[in-house]
Design a protein around this ligand. Sequence first.
Ligand SMILES: [Zn+2]
Length: 67
Amino acid sequence: MSNKNYHLHDKVEMKKPHACQTNRWEVIRLGMDIRIRCEHCDHIVTMKRRDFENRLRRVVEFHNNEE
Ligand SMILES: [Zn+2]
């Protein structure tokens, strides 16, 4: 479960890659809805937190939010 511990600006990999074949997204909004941006084409997807967690494969890079 710890690899699904995501935060704002973390880079994540989803179960399905984006249509542009990139599977690396940045979490750009955390709330009732989650918003992620494709690293390659800047496409933005907004989805319910529950849907996001279902589609999330793993966090690939943790952003340092502790300052
Ligand atoms: Zn893309």
